[in-house]
Write a protein that binds this ligand. Structure first.
Ligand code: NAP
Length: 529
């Protein structure tokens, strides 16, 4: 019955939109209330887009400078217009950060306890203003308010974790090469950190960089994505309220290339922490080479999700929706390539389709929305191109597959949650990050085949598999070439555990007891007596 709803595997792009069967399946989507986008409200008048724009613009003397718009991706409406800064402001910020590292935030003057205290104050302010921060995040990123609220809480957790880490920066005492010699190994902050962050987690990607940097005793200049600068400005404002020196935590918004070149080129910046695409990560790594900076990279992914024949299919289907469609599929650890054992493939696809029919597209501030828009027109074009290419090359469109307009005033960048089967391993929707709400299913028959396809990628960020076999839990976990592996689970992040990719998904790690090490350098002090 279910399979009869499927579209012709050879259907073309225009035909896809005309096909009655496709319309039947697509129209099964619920959309939110059809009412105009809810009006945002803020309890703290200092956290409105207008107040944050003014706060940001007061950091630099840039009257008359060109502006850029920050837009709500659900409605397309302008939320704020900010000064478009570049290399000159980045240089000013670096000089201030360097000065703060020498003076107000000098590790010889500011004790570990004082760093802990300031971070705890910042954490408290984040939690107290969580509702406003989540509203801002939803407005500029589009994710549902429930997801934004979780992200803000996760950001506060990061700050709390690194507050504790500030008091645990210990060294070592070692024996020297000579008889009367002992060596102390000190851990000291690297200095000024340049942090460049993406739009998909505009809040938590910043706290997991600023948190450890400040805990270690560094100062930071953050360049957030032009798409989502308001969350970053709000965090900076609250950090200043918490007592961090203004030069200790700064933000520069605007021309990414120019700001990136200044941060990577300056000899005063001693470390770059970057989250974003692999292409930009490679560029920043190359640019940082001239001054041999430390660099941490959290880059793109192409996560496999393997469903073995002994898996709990309901649990796996629910988890796949959570992982693959989270933030409308715009997550670096989203499941991109779904490998399903031949014996359970059809039953699994049917369960997915049933659950997907209950999803609701809409504005993120509407509480009934389960899925918001994509970030911009380019993202929408990419996802549509991936789906069209797959269908034209023989994939079967089971659910979704089109752009959407879920209600009045929602002319933004919506794409229907989409399920494709009969996907081949060389299709873009399977081999590349979709960064959109697309689940691509491919059948397999043996464990070896599944592992080989899962590992056949330049990426190595996160991977997931579902099985009830103890043997497979070990063999597949050990066989997957990824930095994070979820066995019967897609929750592979948390402050206590390392987050980082293998291969071209990154260098270094964030969170956990290892995270702060990225912001410290060792010094061996030789005591001869
Ligand atoms: P992106 O294009 O690489 O942008 C990331 C950041 O780099 C943004 O602030 C961007 O600024 C800036 N940027 C762009 N070009 C630059 C340049 N030439 N020099 C310096 N900075 C530059 O990535 P995105 O599209 O925002 O984010 C999606 C990507 O991030 C995906 O590949 C995703 O997998 C990855 N990601 C990885 C993780 C992880 O932890 N591994 C987490 C989240 C996202 P503008 O936006 O202002 O252009």
């Amino acid at each position: 019955m279910f399979l009869r709803l499927l579209l012709s595997p050879t259907i073309g792009r225009s035909a896809l939109h005309r096909c009655p069967a496709a319309r039947t399946t697509m129209s099964s989507f619920a959309t939110s209330s059809n009412a105009p986008p809810p009006t945002p409200s803020f309890a703290n008048s200092r956290l409105t887009p207008q107040a944050l724009s003014e706060y940001y613009e007061a950091q630099f003397d840039s009257k008359g400078i060109e502006k850029f718009s920050v837009r709500d991706p659900a409605s397309g409406a302008e939320i704020a217009a900010l000064d478009l800064h570049g290399a000159a402001e980045a240089k000013i910020a670096v000089d201030r950060a360097h000065d703060a590292f020498r003076n107000e935030w000098n590790p010889n003057r500011v004790t570990a306890q004082a760093r802990y205290d300031a971070l705890v104050r910042w954490e408290r302010l984040i939690r107290e203003n969580a509702r406003d921060l989540a509203t801002l995040l939803t407005l500029e990123n589009g994710k549902p308010i429930s997801e934004a609220t979780i992200e803000v809480a996760g950001g506060a957790d990061s700050v709390a974790w690194f507050a504790e880490e500030a008091r645990r920066i210990d060294g070592d005492v070692m024996q020297g090469a000579k008889r009367r010699q002992r060596v102390m190994v000190l851990k000291q902050p690297v200095g000024v950190v340049g942090a460049i962050t993406p739009w998909n987690f505009p809040f938590s990607m910043i706290t997991r960089k600023i948190g450890p940097a400040l805990a270690a005793g560094c100062t930071v200049v953050v360049k957030p994505s032009e798409e989502t600068p308001l969350s970053a400005i709000a965090l900076t404002y609250l950090a200043h309220e918490a007592g961090f020196p203004k030069g200790g935590v700064q933000i520069v918004c605007g021309d990414a290339k120019a700001i990136g070149a200044e941060l990577t080129g300056s000899s005063k910046v001693r470390k770059i922490g970057f989250t974003g695409s692999t292409a930009v990560g490679k560029l920043l790594m190359a640019q940082s080479a001239s001054s041999i900076k430390r660099i941490s990279l959290e880059l793109g992914g192409n996560a496999p999700f393997i469903v073995f024949e002994d898996a709990d299919l309901d649990r796996a289907a629910l988890a796949l929706l959570g992982s693959g469609l989270r933030n409308a599929g715009q997550t670096c650890i989203c499941a991109d390539k779904v490998l399903v054992h031949d014996d359970v493939h059809d039953a699994f696809a049917e369960k997915l389709a049933e659950k997907m029919a209950r999803l609701r597209l809409g504005h993120g501030l509407d509480k009934s929305t389960t899925h918001g828009p994509l970030i911009n027109a380019a993202a929408l074009d990419k996802v549509e191109a991936h789906v069209t290419e797959a269908v034209e090359a023989g994939a079967t469109l089971v659910v979704g597959g089109s752009r959407a307009n879920p209600g009045e005033g929602l002319e933004g960048h919506f794409f229907q949650p989409t399920l494709l089967t009969d996907v081949k391993v060389d299709m873009s929707c399977f081999r590349e990050e979709n960064f959109g709400p697309v689940l691509s299913l491919h059948r397999f028959k043996t464990d070896e085949e599944a592992l080989e396809i899962a590992n056949d990628t330049e990426y190595g960020l996160a991977a997931y598999f579902y099985t009830s076999s103890m043997r497979r839990s070990w063999t597949i976990s050990e066989g997957l070439e990824y930095g994070m592996v979820g066995c019967n689970d897609v929750a592979v992040t948390g402050v206590t555990t390392p987050f980082g990719g293998w291969k071209q998904s990154g260098l270094g790690c964030e969170h956990s007891k290892y995270g702060i090490e990225e912001f410290l350098q060792k010094k061996a002090v030789f005591l001869t007596f």
